[in-house]
Design a binder for this molecule. Structure first.
Ligand code: SIN
Length: 579
């Protein structure tokens, strides 16, 4: 289960979620027209478009509904009201992205957003409306110049959108949904074209699926870090598989840390939505000081990276007296008590029901208590590089949603633009996939099992049976190291320490057959992600957006107004976008 909650927010029961119509263990190879890896917003939206044009298989690693989409609280940003305008949404997106937003991709995002959200409404997504007028309610989050964020069930927007998309997908007979499948490898032909994937089911059965086009919609990688708002499925599987197959991976140094995850020893890093600050919550340090005044004129609604770093600095231990033991971190709080006069607890609980229910477990009330917070890894701006249609640098392979780097977020994503990106670019990728030629197995090297997987996770020559305890221990060590040395505040010494640690952990993991279990595959993928993030962060010798280097604290447009690109083990290069 995710660390951000202990309940599947989409409310899908395991029984209802077991929708596969394939008797899995009976089949070794299967052919479909289109294959979608992931069933969050991007994957489901793509599958719905593809369904009119052939057989679609959409797979997900856990039960349906368990994806980052389902945990998105605040909402979906879209310029749909008379008072708003897509040009303003574009300008806010661009300014949050700190000089690296791809102009055309962002124009597409804001212009195609309203009709795509219109479809969601037609398909029964129930966004919150004013009881008096029936108008859609809109909130505001950091770095937005307007109230333009639609929300559902108060603070459960992603779960509601996921529910509506899944219900729509389930009406399409051409869509087959298969849960509990880990994608271990991409399958390529002799010309490097991606023609399928290898899957590992939780019951141990293996399946090769061939398709004329494959879409990666497998989400992000918060599990690289010890503190994350993401569910435990977010292990960067799609990015790692694409990298192994030779795809260009871009902007991996840009990891967004959400400023306000719940911070209590032993409790999960539950997301405390930015919408709380949008509705007027303040941040206070352990002296009771409203400290954002010292950091940014937009105070609590400053861009996310600024607020996250400010909280980190306010929470740092005080210098210890010479020779004394190191001090402990100091608490930082969200404070809504001043809102309680205008909105008593009942109203706050109605606006934020999920958050209120979570806090109640720890005896906390939004209207009465200071809520301890700290930043946590939240969203990866980088990923598999794509063009405006989800095409990657590998023929046959597409990507959409958090796994992709469309360039739309630049160095720092504007709050609540991620659901919109999944929706808009999921649909665009699907449209482009329709133009792919039929599956052609002419250029496939003969191999045992008929189809050769290339670029897959490495099976050791002398594989150990995966030992769950050692896999978990390597994973935890990696997460802690990434948090310490490749997290919010970075420098060359720390990043080099992180690379050394990743190398050592990769050595420890080498005897484990990485394709033998979901946990082993995830560990191999997390090691790839950690190395990609750290190498790119070391190469970018400046500070920009979510990437902050203590040793290079200024933005350097002369040298780094470009995207980092990693292909295989080649040195990181900085370039205009490849695609
Ligand atoms: C939040 O509700 O604060 C998260 C929204 C987002 O990450 O865009």
């Amino acid at each position: 289960m995710g660390r951000s909650s202990d309940a599947n927010p989409a409310g899908v029961t395991p029984e209802a979620a077991s929708l596969s119509r394939i008797p899995f263990s009976m089949v070794e190879t299967k052919e479909v027209d289109f294959l979608v890896i992931g069933a969050g917003i991007a994957g489901l939206r793509a599958a719905i478009t593809l369904a009119g044009h052939g057989r679609v298989l959409a797979i997900t690693k856990e039960q349906l509904g368990e994806s980052n989409t389902s945990y998105a609280q605040g909402g979906i940003a879209v310029a749909m009201s008379g008072a708003d305008d897509i040009a303003e949404h574009w300008a806010d997106t661009r300014s949050a992205g700190d000089g690296l937003v791809d102009r055309e991709a962002a124009e597409i995002l804001v212009a195609e957003g309203p009709p795509r959200v219109g479809e969601l409404l037609q398909w029964g997504t129930s966004f919150d409306r004013s009881a008096a007028t029936g108008e859609l309610q809109r909130t505001r989050e950091g770095a937005h110049s307007r109230h333009r964020i639609l929300h559902a069930n108060g603070d459960a927007t992603g779960a509601e959108i996921g529910r509506a998309l899944l219900a729509r997908a389930q009406t399409e007979p051409a869509i087959e949904l298969m849960d509990w499948c880990t994608c271990t490898d991409l399958v390529q032909n002799d010309h490097g074209r991606v023609i399928g994937v290898r899957l590992l089911h939780r019951d141990g059965a293996r399946l090769t699926v061939l398709a004329r086009a494959v879409l990666l919609a497998s989400g992000g990688a918060g599990e690289v870090y010890s503190d994350t708002t993401n569910p435990s499925v977010a292990t960067g599987d799609g990015i790692a598989a694409a990298w192994r197959a030779g795809a260009a991976i871009a902007d991996m140094e840009f990891y967004q840390f959400h400023p306000t995850a719940f911070s209590l020893a032993g409790a999960p890093r539950f997301l405390l939505s930015e919408a709380l600050r949008g509705e007027g919550a303040w941040l206070r340090n352990d002296q009771g000081e409203r400290f954002m005044e010292r950091y940014h004129p937009l105070l609590e609604l400053a861009p996310r990276d600024v607020v996250a770093r400010a909280i980190t600095r306010e929470g740092m231990p005080l210098p210890s007296p010479a020779g004394g033991p190191p001090g402990v971190g100091r608490p930082v709080y969200l404070d809504l008590r001043h809102l309680a006069q205008a909105q008593p607890e009942l109203e706050l609980a109605a606006r934020f029901p999920g958050i209120s229910a979570f806090l109640a477990r720890y005896g906390l009330l939004l209207s009465r208590d200071l809520i301890p917070v700290r930043p946590a890894a939240h969203y990866l701006m980088g990923g598999v590089e794509t063009d405006r249609h989800g095409r990657t640098t590998l023929p046959g392979l597409f990507a959409a949603g958090e796994v992709a780097c469309t360039g739309v977020h630049g160095a720092n994503r504007l709050a609540s633009n991620s659901l919109l990106e999944g929706l808009v670019f999921g649909a665009r990728a699907a449209e482009a996939m329709l133009a792919e030629p039929p599956l052609d197995l002419t250029h496939v090297a003969p191999a045992s099992g008929g189809v050769q997987a290339s670029g897959g996770v490495q099976a050791s020559a002398d594989p150990l049976r995966p030992d769950a305890a050692s896999i978990a221990s390597i994973r935890r060590t990696l997460q802690a190291e990434m948090w310490r040395d490749a997290g919010l505040l970075r420098d060359a010494a720390g990043l080099n320490r992180a690379l050394t640690c990743i190398d050592e952990l990769a050595l420890r993991a080498r005897p484990i057959d990485a394709s033998s279990s979901r946990e082993a595959t995830e560990l191999a993928n997390l090691l790839v992600l950690a190395r990609l993030i750290t190498r790119a962060a070391l190469a970018r010798e400046e500070s920009r957006g979510a990437h902050f280097r203590n040793d290079f604290p200024q933005r350097d447009d002369q040298n780094f107004s470009k995207h980092s690109v990693c292909v295989g083990d080649e040195p990181v290069r900085f370039a205009e976008r490849v695609l």
